[in-house]
Design a protein. Structure first.
Length: 495
């Protein structure tokens, strides 16, 4: 000790070394115990948030930005255009012939424009969008984020799923990858990119609110992803992306009472898009399965009335003659509860399964008949031409009919009794719109139409089937039945 006191500098050096070592050990100990480290940040209103939470939020924000930046070049703005003629009949009778009026009276026309979104799936220019975005368009223009514009060709459309495939002449284009929508989870973050209200490449963020939404009435095949990512008019056809940048859905529709976003949007799952696009690309059309039954939801009330213990399923109301269903032995009042191992909760489920089944496939149906469960094998066939009417086509038929000035309905036993009709076959004219071709030729409510385009019709379903060719010809031949007899009349729209 005396030696250290005689040489104080050595003593001081040892103390410094010991203090340094103690400091290092103390810091390590404190860091491990997290004693003095600030755990939370305090806002002006007294609310607190941990630094780690802020870091996670920053990382999530960076992920959104990264995905949006990478995906944006492959998202396109789609403009459509068509020339529309305003239906007009100046006189109820044509005294001078069509040529006279076409020569001296110009037909009112206007240019109708539309807009939507889409995304590129191949470097050589294949673009996916919604069918309703381009339906009826005479000119389609695809605009890229870099300012380039291309005239698009329609490769194929599928009104049943509301999917369309376009092609532009370009190479080395940025693309988006179609992911596996079967792997998505409710609550998962998603990003929507589109062109709402013409505002190009708008990015919105939300979560998957639900899966397997059906029975909404948007399209024939409904297995929608529901999201709260803001989707507005103009977003249709744009991608819904996961945080990997993969397309897991195609934005299609919104639920709204105001015309704008209300927190509920719907997207077609990417796996359905894949299936449809593959067929459109190779065949130009989609092969749909056909079972040949008319169905409705089995409600608890119906189940009780029919003496059934089950409360869900698809109730067969009619079996088409010569259909796969009739060949397999399906009957009215059968309730289908399973399709090839997949549960059938309602009519929409069964319709989806059948329409997505390739013709020629044999499937097992679990059916409740007279309270007993049986299994029936059915070979799904391709539908005959004209058997199917998609929701999109039905909308066009109704619009065409309204332009002619007609609103028609089934003849129920009550209507037949009230009007003194001897039969319920045909359809009844429920309303004739003023200043329309139907009005000019003297058609009135209460008249019965029993023939359309040389085909006898027994009900509204057959009426619309027979009306389909008129969408191309813009005219229709109707057989009118009255108490005094029967006559034919032709109605048409100006080209």
């Amino acid at each position: 000790m005396k030696k250290f006191l005689r040489e104080p500098y050595k003593f001081i050096l040892i103390l410094v070394i010991l203090a340094f070592a103690f400091g290092v050990l103390a810091k390590t100990f404190i860091d491990k115990l997290d004693i003095f480290k600030s755990k939370e940040l305090i806002a002006e209103d007294g609310a607190t948030v941990s630094a780690r939470s802020l870091e996670i939020a920053r990382e999530l924000s960076e992920a959104f930005s990264y995905v949006a930046e990478k995906a944006a070049p492959a998202v396109v703005y789609i403009e459509t255009e068509k020339v529309v003629s305003i239906p007009r009949n100046i006189f109820p009778f044509d005294f001078f012939g069509d040529e006279f009026f076409k020569r001296f009276f110009s037909i009112p026309r206007y240019r109708q424009r539309g807009a939507g979104s889409g995304f590129i799936i191949s470097q050589d220019g294949y673009v996916v969008t919604n069918n309703h975005v381009i339906q009826g368009a005479q000119k389609i223009t695809v605009k890229l984020v870099d300012g380039r514009s291309f005239k698009a060709k329609v490769v194929g459309t599928d009104p049943f799923s509301d999917i369309a495939l376009l092609k532009i002449k370009a190479n080395n284009l940025p693309i988006l990858i179609l992911g596996n929508s079967d792997l998505i989870k409710v609550g998962e973050w998603v990003i929507a990119i589109g062109n709402p209200f013409g505002l190009s490449h708008t990015v919105t963020v939300g979560v998957i609110s639900a899966k397997g939404r059906s029975g909404i009435g948007i399209s024939d095949i409904e297995d929608f992803i529901q999201t709260d990512a803001a989707i507005n008019p103009g977003n249709s056809g744009g991608p819904l992306l996961n945080l990997k940048g993969e397309v897991i859905g195609m934005n299609t529709a919104i639920f709204t009472r105001s015309g704008g976003y209300m927190g509920i949007g719907f997207a077609i799952p990417s796996n359905i898009v894949k299936t449809v696009v593959e067929q459109l690309k190779t065949k130009g059309k989609v092969e749909r399965g056909f079972l040949g039954v008319y169905i409705q939801d089995l409600t608890p009330a119906l189940a009780k009335e029919l003496g059934l213990k089950i409360k869900e399923g698809a109730l067969i109301t009619e079996v088409m003659p010569g259909s796969p269903a009739e060949k397999a032995g399906l009957k009215e009042k059968d309730v289908i509860i399973s399709y090839n191992g997949k549960p059938v909760r309602n009519a929409s489920d069964l319709k989806n399964y059948v329409l997505l089944t390739k013709p020629g496939t044999e499937v097992d149906l679990r059916v409740i008949r007279n309270g007993k469960e049986i299994v029936i094998k059915v070979k799904i066939e391709a539908p005959k031409e004209g058997v199917f009417t998609s929701k999109a086509e039905f909308k066009d038929l109704k619009e065409f009919l309204e332009n002619l000035g007609l609103v028609v309905d089934d003849i129920t036993p009550e209507i037949a009794k009230r009007l003194g009709l001897p039969t319920t076959k045909g359809v009844i004219i429920a309303e004739v719109l003023p200043e329309t071709p139907a009005d000019y030729v003297g058609l009135t409510p209460g008249l019965v139409i029993d023939e359309v385009n040389r085909k006898k019709v027994n009900n509204l379903r057959e009426f619309y089937q027979a009306l389909k060719p008129s969408l191309k010809t813009k005219k229709v031949l109707l057989g009118i039945k009255t108490a005094r007899g029967r006559y034919y009349i032709t109605l048409g729209l100006e080209d």
